[in-house]
Design a protein around this ligand. Sequence first.
Ligand code: FAD
Ligand code: UDP
Length: 369
Amino acid sequence: MFDYLIVGAGFAGSILAERLAAVENKKVLLLDKRNHIGGNAYDHYDNDGILIHKYGPHIFHTNSKEVFEHLSRFTEWRHYQHKVLADLDGQQVPIPINLTTINTLYNLDLSSTELDGFFASKGENVPQVRTSEDVVVKAVGRDLYNKFFKGYTQKQWDLDPSELDASVTARVPTRVNKDDRYFTDTYQSMPLHGYTRMFEKMLSHPNIKVMLNTDYHEIVESIPFTKMIFTGPVDEYFDYCYGKLPYRSINFKFETLDMAKFQNTGTINYPNDYQFTRITEFKYLTGQKHHKTSLVYEFPTAKGDPYYPIPRPENAELYKKYKSLADASDTHFVGRLATYKYYNMDQVVAQALHTFKKIQAETADKPEA
Ligand code: FAD
Ligand code: UDP
């Protein structure tokens, strides 16, 4: 008899499994239909012994001390600040757009103050920022929007930026200084021995049983448990009763080259050329030394595993219906797929820790009979 059946061994499920087992002494069955733990953050060594991320590049960053300290129980860290270049007709410039980007692109020598004025003169007057187009044309104007955002977004989402919520392109800021880091969070680090090792440590508790290669439908009727935590797609849980929630998927193409270094930074974005959006070279992220190098190309697609919830009003409406069912159910829904939120890893960890506190409060209210 298990106290908890947790579906999905990614961040959401694993964080909760560990807390419930270690703090509340609950017996947990954690299951995943894949053949590994870690969810989309899973990493492994490829045939040449290079550490790669099976579901695309995962760079950890957070402003939350609580989240960072929590994960630090299970891993040491390697300080890493991710940098990205955008390739525009062969010219590679920093993204997020910064002072270097503009001076290089337009052959100028602006100061930060002058760049402020430059953006003000180019930015369009958008009274109400609603879409991913609005955010960018307001901040930097149409030309830079067309160069850096329109094509990339079309490839990534198969939608024009005007059809997506503002929050999507707002993930990428604009800067008037030369800061060329992709993220500016307080904590920016990679698990020293990789994500999978961190998950292994998190889940190595005698109260946790991990079952892989198992869809929860296969066992839900036959294995006794008291409560369920679900971290898979919420529409799947409710048998798509209101129709399918749209997700975007990606085909990852991996390549290993017989050279120590391929490109000049961790990731290069290709906003306007090719069918892939970006190329990531893993050794930048992991710091691994190796005479070969492994890359991943990301080809966005409609079919395949659900990776990205698609933030736009009609999808939010549909999700609201599922959320009503979720709120009325006995099951807890946690994570990127179960709450249909375009969350980074740290946000999922924070959400799981919050759910744990909620569960603790509920259990304290209802002492066992
Ligand atoms: P998941 O990791 O998706 O875990 C859910 C698990 O549930 C899966 O393993 C799945 O197999 C399992 N499952 C689903 N249905 C069933 C079922 N019926 N039965 C059994 N098991 C089931 N975040 C960052 O912070 N930094 C990054 O750089 C970053 N890069 C990313 C790049 C890509 C290409 C993608 C797709 C995401 C990226 N993310 C990044 C986001 C990050 O992957 C997520 O925030 C995080 O992994 C979500 O964790 P989760 O536990 O909610 O979901
Ligand atoms: N984006 C873009 N051009 C870029 C980088 C990002 O248009 O060079 C847009 C695109 O819509 C993308 C979104 O901004 O989906 C968020 O980018 P991020 O790098 O955060 O995407 P993720 O790493 O989550 O795939």
